[in-house]
Design a protein around this ligand. Structure first.
Ligand code: DQQ
Length: 555
C-alpha cells in the first residue's frame, strides 16, 4: 500500500501542473476575447493574403502569406494548412520560404495550377533585392505522392520562371492560376501598373517552363493604380453550375483602395483579350466582392463539388500595438462559393455549406412585427459566436425616403444616415455584438430609397459604435443591393458573428460586407443580438434562424 500513497501525490501534482500548463498555453495561444472561433487564423503571428488554394487528392490546401516572427508584415513565407472540409485545418510545414537568390528578399503571393498527368505546381513572386525587384518563380512538390504535399522544391533550371526587363520591375507580382488554351499553350496573368494604368499582363508557355509575354495585356485600365492579386476565371450562366462557361470574371485587388473589384465580361480567346460587359463598371466605381474588409482574394475550382470557392484576407482594424498584445494579426473570411447571378450582371457568394456542420443550438423567430423604434433581443444563443439567417418583409414601399442622385457612394450615404437616424422603409436589420444597454453594437441593416424609376437598397455594416475603445479604425462600410423589392417586398440577410468579425451576406449573397470590430463590453457571454427597425414602415421578421457556432478545429 505504501507505493501508491507516495506515488499518488506525484502523479496528481504532475497532472495538475499539466492542466495548468495547458491552460496557460491555451490562454497565451488563444490571445484574447477577440480571437475568432471559426474563421481561419494561424495560432499566432501575422497573416495576410491567401495563396495557391486548391483541392488535390481529397485534400484542401490553403497557403498564406505569413510572418513566422511577429505580428506585423515582414519575413514573409508561404505557411501551409490542410483540411478535409474547408473548416477544420491542420497547419503543417511552411511550403515556400526565402532560400534562393531569386526569392531571397521575399516569397510573395501566387497561385497553384494542377497540371494534368503531373499534379500541382505553384507560381509565386520572388523578391530578388532590397529595391523590391520582382520576378515570378516556380515550385513543385518534392514528393507528389505525399498526400499532404508537405515539402516544396524550386528547381534551379526552372527558376526564375519569368524575368521581364520591360515591365515596372517593382510592381510586377502575384501570378494567377494558369489555364490551358485551345492552341495547347498555357497562359497566366501577372499584376502590374504603368503610369497609373492598372495592368494584367498575359504570359504564354508551351511547357510551363519558358514564359513569353503576349503583345497585349489581357486587360488594363487607366487611373486604377497597381493591380495586385489578379484572378481570372470562367463562370457558367446556368445558375450555380460550373461546366458551361460563357462568361468570365476578372478581379483585381486595387492597391490604392485596398478593395477587390471585379467585372463580368467576355474572354476573346483567339485574341487573348478580356472585355468587360457594359453592365460592369471597370474601376473604382465597380462591383466589389465585399464592401468591407476583404482583400487580396483568390479563388479556385473545387472538382469534388463542382464549385468555385473564394478566399479573402480580412486585415485587423486595431493598432499594431494591439496585435502585439494579442499575439496575432489577420484572419481569412469564411470560404465562399461563388457563382454568376441569373441576371448575368454580378456574382453571388455564399459561405461554403460545410460551415453548417458547426451549427449548434438553434433558435427561431417567426412573424415578429417591429414597429418604428422597436428592437428585440434574439435570446438563447452565444451571440459572440453565431450564424444568423433572417428574412425581413414589409407591406409597402410607399414610405421609402427620396433618393438624391448625388448619393453615388454607398459608404458616404451610410455615414450620413447610419442606423440611428429614423427613415421610412428602414433602417432595419440586426444589431450584432451588442452590449446589454447598447453602449456598443455593430448594426448590419438595410435602408430603402425611392428614385424616379426604381427603389435603391443600401446595405450597411457600421462599426462606428462597435467599441468603447476610441483609438481604432471603425469604418461604416456599405454597398448598394441590386434587387427588385417591389416584386416580393422582402429581403434576406445572413451574418456570421465571430468575436471580432461580422461577415454579412445581403439578399442571398449579392452584396456582402465584412467588418472587423473590437468590443470591450460585448464580448463572450456578455454579447447580445437584436433585430431592430428604425423606419416608419413596420417590418416583419418573417423568419429568423440563429445558431450558436461551435469552434472549428484549427491548429
Ligand atoms: N501582398 C503580397 C503581395 C501582394 C500583396 C505580399 C497584396 O504579393 O501584392 O505579402 O496584399
Amino acid at each position: 500500500m505504501a507505493l501508491p500513497s507516495t506515488k499518488m501525490p506525484v502523479v496528481f501534482y504532475s497532472m495538475v501542473l499539466l492542466i495548468i500548463n495547458n491552460c496557460i498555453e491555451a490562454v497565451s495561444v488563444r490571445g484574447d476575447y477577440h480571437r475568432t472561433g471559426f474563421h481561419f487564423q494561424p495560432l499566432k503571428n501575422w497573416m495576410n493574403d491567401p495563396n495557391g488554394p486548391m483541392y488535390y487528392n481529397g485534400v484542401y490546401h490553403l497557403f498564406y502569406q505569413y510572418n513566422p516572427n511577429g505580428t506585423v508584415w515582414g519575413n514573409i513565407v508561404w505557411a501551409h494548412s490542410v483540411s478535409k472540409d474547408l473548416i477544420n485545418w491542420n497547419g503543417i510545414e511552411h511550403a515556400i520560404y526565402p532560400s534562393k537568390p531569386f526569392d531571397k528578399f521575399g516569397c510573395w503571393s501566387g497561385s497553384a495550377t494542377i497540371i494534368p498527368g503531373k499534379g500541382p505546381v505553384i507560381l509565386y513572386t520572388g523578391v530578388i533585392d532590397e529595391n523590391n525587384t520582382q520576378v515570378q518563380c516556380y515550385a513543385e512538390p518534392e514528393d507528389p505522392n505525399d498526400p499532404l504535399l508537405r515539402r516544396w522544391v524550386k528547381p534551379d533550371k526552372l527558376n526564375p520562371a519569368v524575368v521581364d526587363k520591360d515591365v515596372n520591375h517593382t510592381e510586377f507580382r502575384d501570378p494567377t492560376t494558369a489555364w490551358w488554351g485551345k492552341d495547347g499553350h498555357w497562359r497566366m496573368l501577372v499584376g502590374s501598373v504603368r503610369k497609373r494604368r492598372g495592368i494584367a499582363y498575359l504570359y504564354r508557355s508551351k511547357d510551363f517552363k519558358t514564359w513569353v509575354r503576349a503583345k497585349h495585356p489581357i486587360h488594363s485600365k487607366g487611373g486604377t493604380g497597381m493591380w495586385e492579386c489578379p484572378d481570372f476565371y470562367p463562370v457558367s450562366v446556368i445558375g450555380n453550375v460550373v461546366g458551361n462557361p460563357v462568361k468570365h470574371v476578372l478581379k483585381n485587388s486595387l492597391d490604392d483602395t485596398k478593395f477587390d473589384y471585379y467585372t463580368v465580361g467576355t474572354y476573346l480567346e483567339d485574341k487573348d483579350r478580356y472585355v468587360p460587359d457594359n453592365t460592369s463598371v471597370d474601376g473604382w466605381g465597380g462591383l466589389r466582392y465585399d464592401y468591407g474588409n476583404f482583400y487580396a482574394s483568390k479563388s479556385f475550382f473545387d472538382p469534388s463539388k463542382n464549385r468555385r470557392i473564394l478566399w479573402g484576407w480580412a486585415n485587423e482594424c486595431d493598432k499594431p500595438i494591439d496585435n502585439f498584445r494579442k499575439g496575432w494579426a489577420g484572419i481569412q473570411a469564411i470560404p465562399r462559393t461563388v457563382w454568376l447571378d441569373f441576371t448575368g450582371r454580378q456574382l453571388v457568394q455564399w459561405p461554403v455549406e460545410e460551415l453548417n456542420s458547426l451549427r449548434g443550438k438553434e433558435v427561431n423567430i417567426d412573424n415578429q412585427r417591429l414597429e418604428k423604434g422597436d428592437y428585440s433581443e434574439v435570446k438563447g444563443i452565444t451571440a459572440a459566436q453565431a450564424d444568423v439567417e433572417v428574412t425581413f418583409s414589409f407591406s409597402s414601399l410607399d414610405k421609402a425616403e427620396a433618393y438624391d442622385p448625388k448619393w453615388v457612394k454607398a459608404q458616404d450615404l451610410c455615414a450620413q444616415k447610419g442606423s440611428k437616424l429614423q427613415g421610412g422603409v428602414g433602417p432595419f436589420g440586426l444589431l450584432t455584438l451588442a452590449s446589454q444597454n447598447l453602449e456598443e453594437f455593430t448594426p448590419v441593416f438595410f435602408r430603402v430609397f425611392k428614385s424616379p424609376n426604381k427603389h435603391i437598397v443600401l446595405l450597411c455594416s457600421d462599426a462606428r459604435s462597435s467599441s468603447l475603445k476610441s483609438d481604432l479604425y471603425k469604418p461604416q462600410f456599405a454597398g448598394f443591393v441590386d434587387v427588385d423589392l417591389a416584386a416580393d417586398k422582402k429581403i434576406s440577410l445572413r451574418s456570421l458573428i465571430d468575436h471580432s468579425v461580422v461577415e454579412s451576406f445581403g439578399a442571398g449573397g449579392k452584396t456582402n460586407i465584412l467588418s472587423r470590430v473590437y468590443p470591450e463590453l460585448a464580448v463572450m457571454n456578455q454579447a447580445h443580438l437584436f433585430v431592430f427597425n428604425n423606419g416608419t414602415e413596420p417590418i416583419v421578421v418573417q423568419n429568423l434562424k440563429a445558431w450558436s457556432m461551435i469552434s472549428a478545429d484549427i491548429k
